[in-house]
Design a protein around this ligand. Structure first.
Ligand SMILES: [Zn+2]
Length: 466
C-alpha cells in the first residue's frame, strides 16, 4: 500500500492522507491550508488525487484544517461516503457553512476592489467553493460509531476512538488486507490534552505497523491547567472589584465552551458572586447547543454535573446574544459582566466593537486565552500597546490586559508520549505530522532514543510504502 501525504507534513494545516492499495483508494481528512497567502494557494486538488476514483473518505474531526477542502473534492466530482462521528457531522455543518460564507464574502470584496480600481478586465476571484458545494458535502456524510470497526472499501476497514481534542474528534485505526497480508495504520489525528473540560482523554491503540503521530507541541508541555485556573480566578476577582466589563476574545468552538465550564465551577465554589456572562457570537451559541446535544461524549465529571443539573444552575446568568441588536444592547449593561466573543485573535468579529468601546476605560479587563499571531490586534494588546486602531479610530489602551495560557486543545509533549507509549510496544514505524520543525525534531529525538524506532518526518507530496 502507498500512503501519500497531501498536507500537514511540515506544515500544521491541510491534513490529508491518500491511502492506495491494488483494490482501493481512500482518503483520511482533506483539510484546508491556513495561515498565509502562500499556504492558502495550496488549497487545490493535488496531482495524483482523482476525486472520482476515490472509494471513501474518513474524517478525524471537524476543524477546518482537517475538513476544509472536502467541499472542493465534491465540487470536483466526489460522490462517495464521508465517514465521521455524529458530533463531527454536527460541527462540520457549522464550520463548513461558515467557511463557504467567508470565502464568498472575501471574493465579493476582492472583486469590488478590482472594480473600484477600474480593473474589471482582470481575473475575478472565484471562491474555493460555495454554500451549494457545502450542502452536497454534508449530504455525503455518514455517521460512524466510536469503537466498532467497519468496512469502507474493498480490503479496508476503520475503527474510530475518541482523541479528546474537540467534541466528536477521533483517532483512526485502519486495517488493510491485500494479497493475504494484513497491515494496521494508526492516524492519531489531533490529540487533546488530558483533563480538558467536557472531553474524555484520548484513547490509545495496542497495535500498529505504522503510526502517523501529530507533533504540534512535540517540543514542550503546556502550563498545568490548575495554575491557569487559579490565575484566571484571581483576575476575575480583581475585575469584579473594579466593576468594569471583562472582555474575552475566544474561538467560538471549543474555547468558549471550555471557558463556560470553568466559569461554572468558579461560581459554584463561590470564588465570585454570579454575574452576567454574554456569549456574543451566533457560531459560539450554536456550538454550545451541539455540546448540549451530546452528553454521551462528556467525561465522567461533566456527565455528573449535567445529570445533577448543576451546570444549568451555575450558568443561569449566561445570556446568548444572537442578533446585532442583542450584541449592541450589551453596551448599556452597567457594572460587572463578561463578554465572550470571537474572533479569538481580535482580527474580526464582534469582539472588535466591544474593544473599541471599552479599551479606553481603566475599569475594563481583557483576558487573552489563546494564541495571538504576529500582526493581530490581540498580539499588539498582549505586547502592551498604549494605543491601537480599530475601524480607523485611535483608541488609547487604559484597560488591564491579561494573558492566560494553558487552555490548549492539543496534547503537550508529555501527553503525546504517554499516548504513544502504548502502541510503541508493538514496534511500529512512525511518521510525525502536523508539526513545524521544532516540534517534530524534538519528538523524533525522544522516540528514537527511548524506543529505538524508525521515525520519519515526511514532507508534502511524500509517499510512504508499507
Ligand atoms: Zn483540530
Amino acid at each position: 500500500m502507498n500512503i501519500t501525504l497531501h498536507g500537514a507534513a511540515g506544515d500544521v494545516t491541510g491534513s490529508a492522507y491518500l491511502v492506495e492499495t491494488g483494490d482501493s483508494c481512500v482518503l483520511v481528512d482533506f483539510g484546508m491550508f491556513q495561515g498565509s497567502q502562500v499556504l492558502e494557494r495550496k488549497n487545490t486538488i493535488p496531482d495524483g488525487l482523482n476525486p472520482t476514483r476515490l472509494d471513501a473518505v474518513a474524517l478525524t474531526h471537524a476543524h477546518l484544517d482537517h475538513s476544509g477542502r472536502l467541499p472542493l473534492l465534491v465540487k470536483h466530482g466526489y460522490r462517495g461516503p464521508i465517514y465521521a462521528t455524529d458530533a463531527t457531522m454536527d460541527m462540520a455543518d457549522l464550520i463548513l457553512r461558515d467557511s463557504a460564507r467567508i470565502q464568498e464574502s472575501d471574493a465579493r470584496r476582492a472583486n469590488r476592489k478590482l472594480h473600484e480600481a477600474g480593473r474589471d478586465g482582470s481575473k475575478r476571484l472565484v471562491p474555493l467553493y460555495d454554500l451549494d458545494d457545502v450542502e452536497q458535502t454534508l449530504a455525503l456524510m455518514e455517521d460512524a460509531p466510536y469503537q466498532e470497526p467497519f468496512s469502507i472499501a474493498p480490503g479496508v476497514s476503520i475503527r474510530l476512538v475518541d482523541s479528546g481534542h474537540m467534541l466528536g474528534s477521533a483517532s483512526i485505526e485502519m486495517t488493510v488486507e491485500e494479497d493475504g497480508q494484513r497491515k494496521v495504520v494508526v492516524f492519531s489525528g489531533d490529540l487533546g490534552p488530558r483533563g480538558a473540560a467536557w472531553l474524555r482523554d484520548a484513547e490509545t491503540f495496542q497495535y500498529a505497523d505504522l503510526v502517523f503521530l501529530e507533533s504540534t507541541y512535540g517540543d514542550r508541555d503546556h502550563r498545568p491547567l490548575k495554575e491557569t485556573l487559579d490565575e484566571g480566578g484571581a483576575i476575575v476577582v480583581d475585575a469584579v472589584k473594579r466593576q468594569g466589563k471583562i472582555l474575552v476574545p475566544a474561538f467560538a468552538i471549543g474555547r468558549t465552551q471550555q471557558l463556560l465550564y470553568h466559569l461554572a465551577a468558579m461560581f459554584h465554589e463561590g470564588v465570585v458572586e454570579k454575574f452576567p456572562v454574554f456569549v456574543d457570537s451566533p457560531m459560539a451559541i450554536e456550538a454550545t447547543t451541539i455540546y448540549a446535544q451530546h452528553p454521551e461524549l462528556y467525561d465522567d465529571e461533566a456527565i455528573e454535573l449535567a445529570r445533577e443539573g448543576r451546570l444549568k444552575m451555575d450558568l443561569s446568568t449566561v445570556k446568548a446574544a444572537r442578533t446585532v441588536e442583542q450584541s449592541k444592547a450589551i453596551n448599556d449593561v452597567e457594572g460587572i459582566c463578561m463578554v465572550i466573543a470571537s474572533s479569538g485573535m481580535c482580527n474580526g468579529g464582534r469582539i472588535l466593537h466591544h474593544l473599541r468601546r471599552n479599551l479606553s476605560r481603566p475599569e475594563t479587563s481583557v483576558i487573552i486565552v489563546g494564541y495571538q499571531s504576529q500582526g493581530s490586534l490581540g498580539r499588539r494588546l498582549v505586547d502592551g500597546a498604549k494605543e491601537v486602531y480599530i475601524f480607523g479610530d485611535r483608541i488609547p489602551v487604559r484597560a488591564s490586559i491579561h494573558t492566560l495560557g494553558g487552555f490548549s486543545a492539543h496534547a503537550g509533549q508529555s501527553d503525546l508520549l504517554r499516548w504513544f507509549d502504548v502502541v510503541a510496544q508493538s514496534r511500529p514505524r512512525v511518521a510525525l505530522t502536523y508539526g513545524e520543525d521544532r516540534g517534530r525534531n524534538a519528538l523524533t529525538g525522544i522516540i528514537r532514543k527511548r524506543y529505538r524506532l524508525d521515525v520519519q518526518t515526511p514532507m508534502q507530496g511524500d509517499v510512504i510504502q508499507l
